[in-house]
Design a protein around this ligand. Structure first.
Ligand SMILES: Nc1ncnc2c1ncn2[C@@H]1O[C@H](COP(=O)(O)OP(=O)(O)O)[C@@H](O)[C@H]1O
Ligand SMILES: [Mg+2]
Length: 258
């Protein structure tokens, strides 16, 4: 395959996907594309099938109806899982006694477990520090993970996902339990990862909030896909903003430059 074509291959391409738990259709005829270099916000109310779609994309659930391609390969033939980082909504559940530092937790992204620390060399250490810096947590490197706020812990989990240098990062409701003030900073950090590190991002959320200001594309899910396009198209459609959030325009104009 030519270099040019390869550069334009979409990290995720879902076509005609239908999924049911038992007899209940949870997803119906979903076609969605996450373009290379884009930052897609996947929004929908609770129970709309967002996590189910992510599980299908990650191969954790299976369906016979429709196709999923990852980096141009059919899911069943796809093996390059190191290209994909995933941060789930339950990631930030460490209690205050958990005996690992930020540095150690991020290192797990390289080795799977802390016990393999003896193989650690200078290059590994540099990668871990770079990942921690990229989420703005360098001042907390040797703090215990359990002592951090929900938003800070979530940044650490993103660093852990980033340390193996994925091309695509999927985040399922990463801001649950993060206070409103920090959510803005969190999104702006993601935007920076997308722009500076050129990581393709898929952000799943039920709360549209100010997300539309940071993403390049929006997809609205509620069993079927109601919208899939650029974020400015989404914002220009009052029916969609009404259905999927509060007044998006109002929120958009309420916070200043970033
Ligand atoms: N393991 C399961 N078994 C049966 N139904 C499920 C299961 N997981 C989720 N569901 C149902 O599927 C629908 C979509 O759930 P989910 O994908 O978790 O939505 P979201 O992530 O958008 O909140 C909901 O109605 C939910 O109750
Ligand atoms: Mg969910």
């Amino acid at each position: 395959m030519s270099q040019l074509l390869e550069e334009h291959i979409a990290p995720i391409e879902v076509d005609g996907l239908t999924f049911r738990y038992g007899h209940q259709n949870v997803l119906e005829n979903i076609s969605i594309k996450v373009e290379k270099g884009s930052f897609l916000g996947l929004v929908g109310p609770n129970g709309s099938g967002k996590s189910t779609l992510i599980k299908l994309v990650l191969g954790l659930l299976k369906t016979d109806v429709g196709t999923i391609r990852l980096f141009g390969k059919d899911l069943v033939k796809f093996h390059e899982w190191d290209k994909i980082g995933f941060v789930s909504q339950k990631a930030n559940s460490f209690n205050s006694g958990f005996p690992a530092t930020v540095f150690e937790v991020v290192s797990m992204g390289l080795f799977g477990k802390i016990g393999l620390f003896r193989f650690f060399n200078k290059k590994h250490k540099e990668k871990v520090i770079e990942a921690i810096k990229s989420v703005g947590m360098e001042d907390y490197m040797y703090k215990n993970i359990g002592q951090l706020s929900g938003g800070q812990q979530q940044r650490v989990f993103i660093a852990r996902a980033l340390v193996s240098e994925p091309e695509l990062l999927i985040l399922d409701e990463p801001t649950v339990g993060v206070d409103t003030q920090s959510v803005q900073q969190f999104y702006s950090m993601l935007k920076k990862l997308n722009k500076v590190k050129e990581i393709t991002l898929l952000l799943v959320t039920h709360d549209i909030g100010a997300m539309t200001d940071y993403v390049t594309d929006v997809a609205c899910l509620n069993k079927t896909l109601h919208f899939h396009g650029h974020s400015d198209e989404f914002m220009a459609d009052p029916d969609l903003s009404k259905m999927y959030g509060h007044d998006v325009h109002l929120i958009t104009h309420n916070h200043g430059g970033h």
